[in-house]
Design a protein around this ligand. Structure first.
Ligand code: SF4
Ligand code: SF4
Length: 190
C-alpha cells in the first residue's frame, strides 16, 4: 500500500459516489467519538447504557477505550441496510459518524491545512469539482479533541477504569450535545 494522498483544506477535488459500498461494506469498522455515539443512540432511540452494551464494540488500547461500529463476517457495517431493489443505504444516515460524513476525506491530525484523501474510493477523480467541507472538518476536529480531553481527564486525572470513564464521557457528551443541538450547531452536514 502506497502513502496516502495528501490534500490541503483549501484544495478542490473531483468526486462522485458510485455507490460501490467499499467504504461501508468491506471494513475496517468505523471508530466513533463520544459525540457520534450520542447522536446514533438518539437516532435509534436507545439509552447510552444500551448503546454501549448492544450497538458498539469497545476495544481498550493502553487504557483508552475505542468505540467501533460492529460489522458482520464480511466487514459490512452493522448499520448498512439493503433495500428491496438491491440498493444499499445507511440506516442512521442523519446521525452517521463524522468519519462517514467526511469520507473520502480523512483527518490525520487535529490542526493544520493538511488532510488525506482515500484513493481506494472509486468515486475520486470523476464527477463535479468540490471544495473540502471545511466546517465539517473543523467540527470533527473539535469533537475529536474534546473526546480525547474528556477521556484523558476521567482516566488519568480522576482514575476511573476505561469502561466507567467511557460511560461518564458519553453522559457528558450527551449533555453538551443537547445544548449545541438546540443552537443548531451540530446539524448533519455532508
Ligand atoms: S467507496 Fe467511494 S464511491 Fe464507493 S460508496 Fe464509498 S464514497 Fe461512494
Ligand atoms: S454508519 Fe452508515 S455511512 Fe457509516 S459505515 Fe455504517 S453504513 Fe456506512
Amino acid at each position: 500500500m502506497g502513502l496516502p494522498k495528501r490534500i490541503r483544506i483549501s484544495d478542490k477535488f473531483r468526486f462522485e459516489c458510485t455507490r460501490c459500498d467499499l467504504c461501508c461494506g468491506t471494513g475496517p469498522n468505523v471508530s466513533i467519538t463520544i459525540y457520534d455515539a450520542v447522536r446514533i443512540a438518539e437516532k435509534i432511540n436507545v439509552s447510552i447504557d444500551d448503546f454501549l452494551r448492544f450497538y458498539v464494540k469497545v476495544v481498550i488500547a493502553d487504557m483508552i477505550p475505542v468505540m467501533l461500529l460492529p460489522g458482520d463476517m464480511k466487514g459490512r457495517c452493522a448499520f448498512l441496510g439493503f433495500s428491496e431493489n438491491g440498493k444499499t443505504y445507511c440506516k442512521i444516515y442523519e446521525a452517521r459518524p463524522m468519519k462517514c460524513r467526511l469520507f473520502p476525506i480523512k483527518i490525520f491530525k487535529l490542526s493544520g491545512e493538511e488532510l488525506e484523501i482515500d484513493e481506494e474510493c472509486p468515486g475520486i477523480g470523476s464527477g463535479p469539482e468540490r471544495e473540502v467541507p471545511k466546517e465539517l472538518v473543523e467540527n470533527y476536529r473539535k469533537e475529536l479533541k474534546m473526546h480525547y480531553e474528556i477521556l484523558h481527564k476521567l482516566i488519568i486525572e480522576d482514575g476511573l477504569e476505561p469502561i466507567e470513564a467511557l460511560r461518564n464521557a458519553l453522559n457528558i457528551a450527551s449533555y453538551e450535545l443537547g445544548k449545541e443541538m438546540r443552537k443548531g450547531f451540530y446539524n448533519a452536514k455532508s
